[in-house]
Design a protein around this ligand. Structure first.
Ligand code: AMP
Length: 365
């Protein structure tokens, strides 16, 4: 049977770009989201309601050949009944592991993928002990539902313990040693149901306040790319994964330290829309719909810049040669991802020049 109807839980910008990638393939997406005006709901039909509403999830599944995710934090309990109705891809077990930073780190460790020293924290006393054992500085994070630096507190000295505990204490937490990284890299790949894998070139990412600001790709380092691919492949295989999966790494003294994973298309892979033969969005749909995976070959040298909190002057940005503009159709709020642009050039130095011109026109709020 050809799989062409894709149900997507959550209609954020990732879902929107999935739906847009689906049209040329003959794939039709249907969303479930709280907002009738969510970014995805502006470009494809949507069921409106809570993302864990059992009746709506069942309707989404019944009307889809396969269900996939824009929002990966849906509980395993809400997902399980869908497996009796349709295919759920990536598999529920993968989502469940990646929803919990502690389980995620345990998986990395089992697969011999280096991670930062860390400890589970359930009390203030355990936090004090962890800062002694692992040392300071360190980062206290919620184990669940943290993203874009939310649910995180950087501790520089023992005197920060009280403030950190007040800020996020009470939830299940993890404390990890602060990584003095030279770079942050991410690798996006896709795996089909038959076990075929493809990997994009590495992206080198710059964050501010825990949120991705811009990235450049391909980041040319054959040794690190080989290593990152081995790691991602191990995880995909262990989880019997189907779809796009992303790992974010710190580079510390030439080593890759895995930070976290996303069981979905990823912000650091947006450059693939213009920058590669097949985008991450198209390859995710190809993977979950049992189509052959597409080439991940880069077409040149790209930079991707996020629009955060405020949209830039579109006309001035569009005047930059080789720049593609993406507006997610969202209301402006501080720190919110509202859109992005991608610059595609033939040479790294041309890309760097255009990036610095674009950055002069983009403010992050
Ligand atoms: P995360 O939500 O884990 O991806 O963290 C968001 C960003 O915070 C990362 O991309 C890093 O820039 C920073 N960060 C997170 N954990 C650490 C760490 N253990 N050491 C240093 N920086 C970190």
């Amino acid at each position: 049977m050809k799989l062409t109807r894709v149900g997507i839980v959550g209609a954020g910008q990732l879902g929107r770009m999935l739906a847009l990638a689906g049209y040329p393939l003959g794939v039709r997406c249907l969303f479930l989201d709280r907002g009738a005006d969510a970014p995805g709901a502006q470009v494809a039909p949507s069921l409106i309601g809570d993302l864990e509403d059992a009746a709506l999830l069942a309707e989404l599944a019944a009307r889809s050949d396969v269900v996939t995710f824009d929002w990966e934090n849906i509980s395993g309990g809400a997902l399980k009944p869908l497996e009796n109705i349709t295919q759920v891809r990536p598999p529920r077990a993968a989502l469940e592991v990646l929803q919990d930073r502690l389980a995620e780190k345990a998986l990395f460790t089992r697969l011999r993928i280096p991670v930062a020293a860390h400890r589970a924290i359930d009390s203030r006393e355990e936090l004090i002990q962890a800062t002694r054992k692992i040392g300071l500085p360190g980062v206290l994070k919620t184990r669940r539902l943290g993203y874009d630096g939310k649910g995180q507190y950087v501790l520089r000295a023992a005197s920060d313990i009280d403030a950190a505990w007040q800020a996020i204490g009470g939830a299940a937490l993890i404390y990890e040693g602060f990584q003095e990284f030279s770079r942050e890299l991410s690798l996006v790949g896709a795996r089909s149901a038959s076990g075929r894998t493809v990997f994009y070139p590495l992206s080198c990412n710059t964050h501010g306040g825990g949120i991705l600001r811009y990235g450049i790709a391909p980041f040319a380092n054959a040794r690190l790319e080989r290593l990152a691919r081995q790691y991602l492949k191990r995880v995909m295989h262990a989880l019997d994964y189907i779809g796009v999966l992303t790992i974010e790494f710190f580079v510390v003294q030439g080593r890759l330290i895995a930070n976290e994973m996303a069981p979905r298309v990823h912000n650091s892979g947006h450059w693939t829309i213009e920058g590669c033969v097949t985008s991450q969005f198209e390859n995710h749909l190809r993977a979950v719909c049992d189509m052959p995976l597409g080439s991940t070959r880069a077409l040149g040298h790209t930079a991707m810049v996020n629009f955060l909190g405020v949209m830039p002057d579109r006309e001035r940005l569009l005047a930059i040669d080789g720049l593609a503009y993406h507006d997610y159709g969202k209301a402006a709020r501080p720190g919110r991802k509202l859109g992005h642009c991608t610059i595609l050039k033939r040479l790294p130095k041309e890309r760097d020049r255009a990036l610095s011109n674009a950055l002069k026109l983009i403010a992050w709020a």
